[in-house]
Structure formats: C-alpha cells, structure tokens
Design a binder for this molecule. Structure first.
Ligand SMILES: Cc1cc2nc3c(=O)[nH]c(=O)nc-3n(C[C@H](O)[C@H](O)[C@H](O)COP(=O)(O)OP(=O)(O)OC[C@H]3O[C@@H](n4cnc5c(N)ncnc54)[C@H](O)[C@@H]3O)c2cc1C
Length: 477
C-alpha cells in the first residue's frame, strides 16, 4: 500500500455483519471488495417470491435498544421502512377449550420509567395466576442486579436462575419464554443466563423505551441487501456475488515469524488485500481460519446451531386483527401481519407469518404437516380465521438460524482481532455480548471495521458505533 493510495480491504461474507463492515470501511476511506458465496447478499435475512408475493426467510424484529442496527438502517437509507412501535405493546392470546373466544392479555409499557413501565401490565397479566404475578418482581429485581461482565452468568441456564428466584414452570412458559425464546432462540431451560440477562437488562429493565419493537414493512432484501449494495457501489466498492472464498492468504514476518494477512483466494483466483474482514458463519470461519487465526478454530463448532421456521399463510380475508401477537398454550409463538411487505392488496386478503424459534422438534417435519398444524392453531386463536380460506401457504426453515445460546458459549466467541495481523472477525456469533441477532451482527461488523481501519492507518475514520460499550453495564442496587 502506498502512503497516498486508499488501503484495500476485502470483506468475506455479505450478511449483515459483512455489509456493516463494508459500509463502515468505505466510509473510512478504504477501497473495499465484498465477496459473497451465494448469488444474493443479506445472509440470514433474505426474501423470495412466490405466486406474485414476497416472503421473508423469517420474520425479523428488533428493539429500540438495537442502536447499531438502527444506525446501519439510517446509513443505507431504509430506517423509515422499519418503523418502531410508539410504545411496546404485544397482545398475548391463549386459546380456550371448547373453541370460544381466546383469552387476551397485554404486555405493554406505560409512560413510567423502567422498571415500573411494565408494572401495571404485568399485574394485570391474566395468563398467570395472582401468586405467579406477585413473584415476577423478585426475579426481575435479581436480573437487574446481575453484572453482565460476570463470567459466572454463562455457567447457568436462565431457567435455573428463574427457578431459584421463585418462578414456576407456568410463569416461565407464559411469560419469560415469550421473550427468551425469540431473542436467544432456545427456551429458558436451555438458554445461557448471560444471553438472557443481556436481553432483559438492556431491553426491559433499564430504559422504558428500549423494548419498543420495530420490523420491516418491505421485504428484507429491500431493507438490507439491495440498498447496502447500492451504497457500496456508489462509494466505488466492488461487490461480487457467487464468489466463494476458499483460502485466506497469509505471510510470516522473516524476523519475528508473526503472521499477517495478504489476501484471499476466491474461485481459484488470488485477490490481494491490506486487511481482511472475515464475516462468515462460525462453521465456515472454523474451516477458513489459517493457523494462528484463533487459538483453537475447531472450538467454534461448539457454538452449535438452533433452527427457526416460519409458516406463511395467505388468507382470502383479514383474520388477524393485530400487527403482531404472541400466544401461550398454543404451538404459535408469534404471528405477524405481513400483508404490506408481501405486496398483497389488503382488499384481497391477509398474509401472516407464524414465527417459531428454537424449532428443534419441528424443523424436520413435512411442510404440509406444519401448515395444517399452524392453520388449526391460528383458527383457535383468531375466530375470524375459522371461516376463512387459506389460498396459499409456504414454510421457510433455517436449520442453522443462530448459534445455540446455551451456557458455555461465551468463552467460544472471539473478539474482532484475530491472531493474524490485518485479519478481523465479524458475525453475530462473535463476542458482542448480544445473542445472535441483527444488532449483534451489525455491531460485530462495525467493530471489525474499526479494527481494520486502525490497522490500515485510518484511525480518524473509526465509526461511532465501535465506541459504544459492548457489555453495557448497569449496576442497580
Ligand atoms: C429465520 C430467522 C429469523 C431471525 N429472526 C431474527 C430477529 O427477529 N431479530 C434478530 O435480531 N435476528 C434474527 N435472526 C438472526 C439474524 O438474522 C442473524 O443473527 C444475522 O442476520 C447474522 O448475520 P451475519 O452477517 O453474522 O451472518 P450471515 O447472515 O450468516 O452472513 C454470513 C454470509 O457469509 C457468506 N459466506 C459463507 N461462507 C463464505 C465464503 N467461503 N465466501 C464468501 N461468503 C461466504 C454466507 O453466504 C452469508 O451470506 C434470525 C435469523 C433467521 C435465520
């Protein structure tokens, strides 16, 4: 690299982590080449067309506290397509025996400061008995007192912690799992306390507005992949799809023996680089990392995987009156009205997506069995669905939607700097403090870009998000 030429940064992987890293690097004045093995960008957030409508591989939701993700949307010009709720508000339904009207309770915040903002709604939460409701505060206070930097949190399950603080299985199923499951992607009984505590402390117990929800009103490809690619191309970056990186090239300093990265091999062709951001899933990183990249790259396999399925149903009329609803006592966890993002004219019916996290038991099932189960489950929750016709249905499944957020994962998640000079790691699986989320992915990409920009001598261009505390620590007496 000459003193005046823009440094060349290769970003491997075009998911949210890679896109965020690439955008931060072009913003920092680097010449960027983004290499993605699939024919499309977006990674775990993608869309497909079917019978004239758009569907996403999985409903994606974020919270107001997902600051890095919101900044990324603003940077690529799409934040307005993923508006936030004014105030957290989730109707929670339970089907009644005999097929009557389902029971309805709400999780919603008031105008009070945290943690009082949820008090009124939880006191009135009818899916729990009075004794269980009375015990909620005990666990919430204990959660608030946890220190997120305490390594011991990753040695216990969230379920065990809740049980120690008076939460019975009924309360875990009807309340705690409503939040733990879609965020950590395993049930409380399996989830690492460290990851669950991050979600609850950051989202629900510290700032009143932190858990207000947002989600896309356009297909995910139009929210992330397409606009990010346009930003990159406008900035002069090279974006190559269907470009699989097979080797990370390194050299060793003659005097010290220290390794540094020199580029990659993509489809048999060498590409030189001053620095490389490796933003691929953890299993691919384990394969690609050269000796010295991590102490034990094979250990990344230990992060495991956890599936998510989505059952998309197109009805001939409007059947779900809410934009988002959760359910207890039903196979349905969350259901979203996706009519707008699908492109269906509301006069022609309604498109809904049932999102099933931690879908270990169901991801291997046949689509028609899943469609039948969830059509019945929705009819039990929404009386208007009982007389409606399902005009189309499709199941999307992601076997490796996220890493498996169980105890013991924290020590397997590396920081952005690898053991090889100029090689930085990104991905929702790296050490962001967050579970595998869009926020974690973007944070990791921005942090990797910050390291990269420093390495290539562009310290002054280090992005703001990289300066955010990675393990926000709030100590509440
Ligand atoms: C169905 C589903 C629902 C979800 N719901 C939510 C949600 O509601 N909220 C939320 O915050 N998060 C959610 N997530 C998680 C979130 O989508 C991910 O954590 C995030 O998108 C991961 O981004 P990433 O860039 O780290 O990884 P990825 O998106 O996996 O990107 C890695 C990229 O690297 C590419 N790659 C791999 N090997 C190579 C190679 N050798 N050469 C070049 N490229 C390569 C891959 O093709 C891929 O595009 C969900 C995930 C799924 C699947």
């Amino acid at each position: 690299m000459s003193a005046s030429a823009a440094p060349h940064v290769v970003v491997v992987g075009g998911g949210l982590a890679g896109l965020a890293a690439a955008v931060a690097c072009v913003d920092g004045g680097a010449q960027v080449t983004l290499l993605e093995s699939r024919p499309r960008l977006g990674g775990a957030t993608w869309s497909f067309r079917r019978n004239g409508l758009s569907f996403d591989n999985g409903q994606h939701v974020h919270m107001r506290c997902c600051i890095a993700y919101r900044r990324f949307l603003e940077r690529i010009g799409t934040a307005a397509h993923a508006p936030m709720q004014e105030r957290l508000e989730i109707p929670v339904l339970r089907p009644t025996h005999g097929g009557g009207e389902p029971a309805l309770s709400w999780i919603r915040r008031s105008g009070l400061p945290a943690p009082l903002h949820l008090g009124a709604s939880l006191l009135a939460y009818g899916h729990l008995g009075i004794a269980d409701r009375a015990r909620l505060g005990r666990a919430a206070l204990a959660l608030r007192r946890l220190r997120l930097t305490d390594a011991a949190l990753d040695t216990e399950t969230f379920g065990a912690f809740l049980a120690r603080h008076g939460q019975r299985p009924s309360a875990i199923a009807a309340l705690w799992d409503l939040i733990a499951l879609p965020t950590v992607n395993v049930r409380a009984k399996d989830a690492s306390l460290a990851l669950a505590a991050k979600v609850f402390k950051t989202g629900l117990l510290t700032e009143a507005g932190a858990a207000d929800l947002g989600w896309s009103r356009v297909p995910l490809a139009q929210l992330h992949a397409d606009p990010a690619e346009a930003v990159l191309r406008r900035a002069g970056a090279t974006v190559r799809r269907s470009a699989r990186v097979t080797v990370l090239r390194t050299t060793r300093d003659r005097a010290t023996g220290a390794p540094s990265v020199t580029g990659v091999v993509v489809d048999g062709e060498p590409v030189d680089a001053d620095a490389v951001v490796l933003a691929v899933p953890h299993e691919a990183a384990a394969q690609l990392l050269p000796a010295g990249g991590l102490h034990d790259p094979a250990s990344l396999e230990g992060l495991g995987r956890s599936p998510i399925i989505d059952v998309h149903l197109v009805y001939d009329r409007r059947v779900v009156a809410h934009e988002v609803a959760a359910a207890v006592g039903s196979p349905v966890q969350f259901v979203f009205d996706t009519t707008e993002s699908s492109g269906l004219d509301p006069a022609d019916g309604q498109c809904v997506a049932v999102s099933v996290s931690g879908a270990d038991d169901e991801h291997g099932e046949r689509p028609d069995a899943l469609i039948e189960r969830y059509t019945h489950a929705l009819a039990a929750l929404f009386p208007a669905a009982r007389g409606a016709k399902v005009v189309d249905a499709v199941v999307s499944r992601e076997h490796a939607a996220t890493f498996r957020g169980v105890p013991g994962t924290q020590r397997l998640r590396p920081r952005p700097a690898s053991g090889i000079a100029g090689l930085y790691l990104a991905g929702a699986w790296t050490d962001t403090g967050w579970p595998a989320t869009m926020e974690g992915a973007v944070r990791s990409g921005v942090a990797a870009a910050a390291g990269t920009l420093r390495f290539v001598g562009r310290e002054r261009a280090v992005p703001r998000a990289a300066e955010m505390p990675e393990h926000a620590e709030e100590v509440v007496a």
